[in-house]
Design a protein around this ligand. Structure first.
Ligand code: SAH
Ligand code: SF4
Ligand code: F3S
Length: 466
């Protein structure tokens, strides 16, 4: 069943605008903010929107949380350690508040959206002043106004999970690279994953709204746009548009570099592969999470593809876009995973030859199907498996890097290299960091290079003709 998206109404938007005006008139309003972000790019981009809204309220961004009047934690709950880290840091601020009682502490994002979390925050974390979930981020002005005028804590989590808020201000972290969220939520319900519960049902923005946003970014000098969605390649469901069509439109607009994530293998269609082959602005990189190399585990994960389906798509993609680099996400120790099932994941890494991979130990999430499955793998065994898998991934990365020596890449310069300030670095279209000679003045330029040598995580290149 499809869920119609609901747009934030003009009346609601005006209400938020008026809250901003009222805050600006308060004599005792917070003057500075600091946002701590956990989790995925989606959250990183939400933080850019939150920063945009707070800037409209006359606040400036403090680079250190100790200097801020308002500290906001934008949280993640995809794995237990992500959640623990966020809560650990919030608790640390409790101490700071003892010396600085006027400090305001807020939490938002996926962790807060979990069932019963609002009640827990009210009871267990009494020093948290403001909490809101993923569906009412655009209400920050009125929530903050209530907090400042009523002197009561404000906790607001809604279940309005089909909402889309257009036109929010964005304070971008990077002048050359920008995110555009094109779809929200996820309907896949992979059995281990909490995201569908905290981000709501899939809903796609209108193509016209996305294109207008992209035009604005292009005019402001952005060189690279990353399209975001939990399941980005299922974009369009219900709008009559499709993801390949959106890519072709953006490519024709002349966005210098286009990236997108995260793509679900089941939605990697022939049309998408064709669009990737045809559009010259789409980067030579695809993040295609496979999670496991074993069919039975994939079935229990509810991923809806087999190892063979996945391999066939990879082959098709490579036939159409020979230079493409693939990265992935892998989970070890899913409930009941046997040694030989784990080995299937290792062999898949060798077979595909990934540029890189994120590796995770399965973490049970309350409310998900897998959390009720039997066969938990002991911690020591999980550690052994993930260490072995990381070695497989590192070997794969090393092979890819070696094979790239002598090839050409276009590097979008991010600035002086972190390791050697006399060098500059940036990402090639395959999303691998490349260092070369240059100065800070090259930042934001796209420079053609020939790869000359390979190190563990980076490549070295020399400027070359196009
Ligand atoms: N929508 C994206 C990303 C979701 S979260 C996708 O489908 O790929 C990012 C990654 O976290 C997932 O790809 C998965 O590898 C990992 N992950 C999600 N839930 C997890 C869990 N409960 N335990 C361990 N890893 C998990
Ligand atoms: Fe989670 Fe699966 Fe949706 Fe990705 S596709 S967000 S792993 S449920
Ligand atoms: Fe985490 Fe939410 Fe992203 S749970 S991975 S921040 S969608």
């Amino acid at each position: 069943m499809r869920h119609e998206p609901v747009y934030v109404t003009e009346a609601e938007r005006l209400e938020q605008e008026s809250a901003i005006q009222k805050i600006l008139e308060l004599p005792q309003r917070p003057k500075s903010f600091h946002i701590v972000t956990y989790g995925c790019q989606m959250n990183a981009h939400d933080s850019e929107k939150l920063a945009g809204i707070l800037t409209q309220m006359g606040m400036t961004e403090a680079s250190d949380r100790r200097d801020a009047d308002f500290v906001l934690f934008n949280t993640c709950c995809v794995r237990d350690n992500a959640e623990r880290r966020a809560l650990g840091n919030v608790t640390w601020l409790k101490e700071l508040k003892k010396d600085k009682p006027e400090l305001l502490i807020g939490v938002c994002g996926c962790m807060v959206q979990q069932p019963q979390m609002a009640e827990r925050i009210l009871k267990q974390y009494r020093f948290i002043d403001l909490a809101f979930g993923t569906h009412n981020l655009h209400c920050l002005p009125s929530l903050l106004y209530n907090l400042l005028t009523q002197k009561n804590r404000v906790v607001s989590v809604t279940d309005q999970e089909t909402l889309i808020a257009e036109g929010l201000p964005v304070k971008r972290l990077n002048p050359y690279q920008a995110y555009i969220t094109i779809m929200y939520g996820c309907d896949n319900f992979c059995s281990y994953c909490i995201v569908p519960y905290v981000r709501g049902r899939e809903r796609s923005r209108k193509m016209a709204d996305i294109l207008t946003e992209a035009e604005g970014l292009l005019k402001s000098g952005v060189k690279e746009i990353m399209l975001l969605g939990q399941n980005v390649n299922s974009y369009g469901n219900g709008t009559g548009e499709t993801f390949p069509k959106l890519l072709r439109e953006l490519d024709a607009m002349g966005v210098p570099r286009l990236r997108f994530m995260t793509s679900h293998p089941k939605d990697l269609s022939d049309e998408l592969i064709e669009a990737m082959a045809d559009c010259r602005h789409i980067c030579n990189h695809l993040h295609l999470p496979v999670q496991s190399g074993n069919d039975e585990i994939l079935r229990l994960m509810n991923r809806r593809y087999t190892r063979e389906d996945y391999m066939r798509k990879v082959e098709k993609l490579r036939a159409a876009v020979p230079e493409i680099g693939l990265t992935t996400d892998l989970i070890v120790s899913f409930p009941g995973e046997t040694e030989s099932q784990f080995e299937d994941t290792c062999s898949l890494v060798r077979e595909v030859g990934y540029d890189a991979a994120f590796t995770f130990i399965y973490s049970p999430r309350e409310g998900t199907q897998a959390a009720r499955m039997e066969g938990r793998i002991p911690e020591a065994e999980s550690t052994r498996r993930i260490e072995k898998l990381i070695r497989e991934v590192e070997a794969s990365t090393a092979r890819v890097h070696q094979s790239m020596i002598g090839s050409k890449e276009q590097v979008l310069i991010e600035g002086p290299s972190k390791r050697d300030p006399n060098q500059i670095s940036g990402k090639g279209t395959r999303n691998i960091t490349i260092t070369l000679d240059g100065t800070a003045g090259d930042t934001g330029k796209i420079i053609p290079v020939t790869i000359t040598s390979a190190a563990v995580n980076t490549l070295r290149g020399e400027r070359t003709e196009r």
